[in-house]
Design a protein around this ligand. Structure first.
Ligand code: SAM
Ligand code: SF4
Ligand code: F3S
Length: 444
């Protein structure tokens, strides 16, 4: 039987990790990956539910798949991810072209769902929390990326007013410490030089084994000892869980990168309260100051939600004033989007045009900071971990310590190595440069 799977991934890095692990799972029943969608025997859409029109995007995508396969044998169509969890069997009813709907906690069941489908049964799987990782722990992670994602924690107990994640990903669950380390060993064997630890609340990681409680700092300390690992990162962290043991890591770790993605969402204490974020703006400043004191090279990025119900012009001004105090080098900003089932979705929306105007103001500042930061690298030689050859222009791609993308004319032999690149051009998103002539000597 022909067995090719095409996976289309939307949403966060955790979805990207999940897509890789779904592939590791279906490989066991003979699937190989195809990058040509019209070749697929199984077409899997890994969905995201975080903002507007998530559901509509999925049905639109299904419509596209239908067109591609109009004159061909229909592929098995699987809808996975957070929309699948939120919508469940409704999707099978609304769109009969969909064959399997599987939520993020049930990927370990995908092979049996495919086999049941082949026997004529369409199914939605119920929410299960821990079993997914028990199953995945037994299968090797075959991702062979220089920079590899490793999920350590999943779900969220914080219930921010606006957020759908606690409903789609379930309660916080931390994977066993040893299982994570053993997966990191697999990744290293396949060529990983950078490990990005993932979780919806990655710094809430807490795993109790006998009398010891393992935290994110313990994972960082353990990974630090792997000689093959050159860089360690983690995302996404919450200010409430930015504990001193984690902050301390920045004072001695040689591999933890000096770049912290720490979402604040709003610069107004009143709005933070409405959002149920559980901390004030001052707490964020404290963390910022502590980290800067340890290492002034550390830079920050953040997430902002503009126009949360109840946000007045004065509250918005607080966000602008917050932005004048911290120069974020790269941030994400969104207009509040009411998500079904969340507390904020029952509140009165603020005028959309007002929210849009505010977003434009915020983005103008954030984009300027981002460009200024990128411009600070002009004519400098910076260390870049080379990740891959780019498909569209045959150039090579890597990242500096701040996660800036760096594009240069390279060579296959440098993939996985750290090179010095002299930057001669920048834009808001990327840096461009040439390999420093002495770099061959330094490639490590
Ligand atoms: N756990 C992370 C935290 O607490 O900061 C956030 C994870 S969420 C997947 C990523 C970002 O999406 C959030 O930081 C927030 O800015 C944005 N987001 C989530 N729900 C949203 C909504 N209803 N409307 C607009 N943006 C939203
Ligand atoms: Fe969503 Fe808040 Fe949990 Fe982050 S901490 S995943 S924003 S509920
Ligand atoms: Fe989206 Fe789910 Fe991630 S809603 S952002 S795919 S946790």
């Amino acid at each position: 039987m022909a067995n090719k799977i095409f996976i289309k991934t939307f949403g966060c890095q955790m979805n990207q990790y999940d897509s890789n692990r779904i592939f590791d799972t279906v490989k066991k029943i003979g699937f190989s990956k195809t990058s040509n969608q019209s070749d697929a025997d199984c077409y899997l859409i890994n969905t995201c539910h975080i903002r507007d029109k998530a559901k509509e995007k999925v049905y639109h995508e299904v419509g596209r798949v239908k067109k591609i396969f109009r004159d061909k044998k229909k592929p098995i169509l699987v809808v996975a991810g957070c929309v699948a969890q939120a919508e469940n069997e409704e999707m099978l009813k609304r769109e009969p072209y969909i064959d399997i709907v599987v939520g993020p906690q049930s990927y370990h069941q995908i092979n049996s769902l495919i086999s049941k489908y082949r026997k004529g049964r369409k199914e939605f799987t119920e929410f299960e929390t821990k079993y997914k990782f028990d199953y995945l722990d037994k299968i090797k992670n075959t991702s062979s990326n220089v920079s590899s994602f490793l999920t350590i924690q999943e779900g969220c107990d914080k219930f921010c007013s606006f957020c759908v994640v606690p409903y789609t990903r379930g309660p916080e669950y931390s994977r066993p410490f040893e299982k994570i380390i053993s997966e990191a060993q697999d990744l290293v064997k396949s060529g990983a030089k950078e490990i990005i630890l993932l979780g919806q609340n990655v710094n809430a990681y807490s795993f109790k084994d006998k009398s010891k409680v393992y935290r994110l700092s313990d994972l960082i300390n353990k990974l630090e000892k792997f000689t093959e690992i050159k860089r360690i990162r983690y995302t996404t962290s919450h200010p409430r869980d930015m504990t001193d043991d984690l902050i301390e890591c920045y004072s001695y770790s040689k591999k933890l990168q000096p770049f912290v993605h720490l979402p604040i969402q709003s610069g107004s204490d009143k709005v933070l309260k409405l959002m149920n974020r559980g901390h004030k703006v001052e707490k964020y400043f404290e963390i910022y100051k502590k980290l800067k004191k340890i290492n002034s090279k550390i830079e920050f990025s953040s997430d902002f939600i503009i126009g949360h119900p109840g946000e007045t012009e004065d509250d918005f001004k607080d966000t602008l004033s917050f932005l004048s105090k911290i120069k974020f080098i790269n941030s994400y900003s969104f207009i509040f989007s009411p998500r079904p089932g969340t507390p904020a979705s029952n509140l009165d929306l603020i005028d959309y045009e007002v929210a849009k105007e505010r977003l434009i103001k915020v983005q103008k500042i954030l984009f300027r900071y981002q460009l200024e930061h990128n411009e600070s690298f002009l004519e400098k030689k910076i260390e870049v971990l080379v990740e891959n050859k780019m498909k569209k222009n045959q150039m090579y791609f890597g990242r500096n310590e701040y996660l800036n993308g760096v594009i240069f004319d390279g060579d296959e032999k440098f993939v996985g190595k750290t090179l010095k690149i002299k930057i001669d051009k920048v834009n808001q998103n990327n840096l461009f440069g040439k390999i420093d002539s002495n770099s061959d000597m330094r490639a490590a």
